[in-house]
Ligand binder design. Structure first.
Ligand code: SF4
Length: 284
């Protein structure tokens, strides 16, 4: 309850993003966070508004740049739980370079993508997640480009936590965000979050028809990277649940030589004369 504020979201009635907001709030409460322990950093798009709707530290950033900001926040204050969020256009088009490098860097933050397979805020254009043949104002004859598969891309880039959910499945989504927060490294959670206003193809009914929940595969082992890749490819990436997790790889912060666990604001910046001279000498 303490993660709610008084701002009423202005998403369209029925938008999947409402459930993502609720899931983040529930997950934060379930893992025992207080609002002052959480920072939610978002990009631009309908989904980007989410940082204003959660009672925590928040920053509504710029298009495709939620992850650089989120990583900076985490490195400046390791005690904060940092959740970055945005849409598929934000994170998988203009922001894809940042997404790939954040994944391989493995800083301990959670990235929740609201994947509605269209640009909603700008009133319906084809996104990298739109299917081939998808007709919008920007592709009136149907998209001729291949659909981006972000989860396969993430695993091949060295991801240590990859999950996918559906905004209608609040229980699963909440649980995956909790697991993402608790994972010691970068966690990517892609959420099918329908745009009810502009995407008349990938509707709630369409997702229900096409999704396979990993819970129905009792032998599935999320620590098996090869199995994760082949299952994604065999199902056209339409699986939900914890797809891949590597608990062995250390997060970025643990690998930085001399990284101090205290928040920057609590660290002394005073250097001795010798330390200062040595530092300057490195840049000569
Ligand atoms: Fe949600 Fe689509 Fe409306 Fe944006 S335009 S708020 S994504 S339903």
């Amino acid at each position: 309850k303490e993660f709610r504020n008084n701002i009423k979201p202005n998403w369209c009635p029925g938008c999947g993003d409402f459930s993502v907001q609720a899931a983040i709030q529930r997950a934060a409460a379930n893992v025992g966070l207080e609002p002052e322990n959480l920072a939610v950093i978002s990009g631009i798009g309908c989904s980007g508004r989410i940082s204003g709707y959660i009672n925590a530290y928040g920053l509504h950033g710029i298009h495709g740049r939620a992850l650089p900001i989120a990583q900076g926040v985490k490195l400046a204050n390791r005690d904060l739980t940092v959740i970055a969020s945005g849409g598929d256009g934000d994170g998988f088009a203009i922001g894809i370079g940042h997404t790939i490098h954040a994944i391989r860097r493995n800083i301990n933050i959670t990235y929740v993508v609201m994947d509605n397979q269209i640009y909603g805020l700008t009133k319906g254009q084809t996104s990298p997640r739109s299917g081939e043949g998808f007709k919008t104002k920007s592709t009136p004859e149907g998209s001729i480009e291949s659909t981006l598969s972000p989860l396969e891309l993430a695993i091949s880039a060295g991801a240590t936590f990859v999950a996918q959910s559906f905004s209608s499945d609040l229980k699963q989504l909440t649980s995956l965000i909790e697991q993402g927060i608790q994972h010691e490294g970068f966690s990517l959670i892609n959420v099918f979050s329908p745009c009810v206003t502009f995407n008349k193809v990938n509707t709630y009914d369409w997702f229900k028809e096409h999704i396979t929940n990993l819970d129905t595969m009792p032998d599935y082992d999320p620590s098996n990277r090869t199995l994760a890749m082949t299952t994604l490819m065999d199902t056209g990436s339409m699986i939900t649940g914890l797809i891949y997790q590597n608990k062995q790889k250390k997060c970025y912060e643990d690998l930085i030589h001399g990284f101090k666990p205290e928040a920057l604001v609590n660290q002394s910046l005073a250097l001795s004369e010798t330390e200062f001279d040595n530092l300057v000498a490195e840049f000569r």
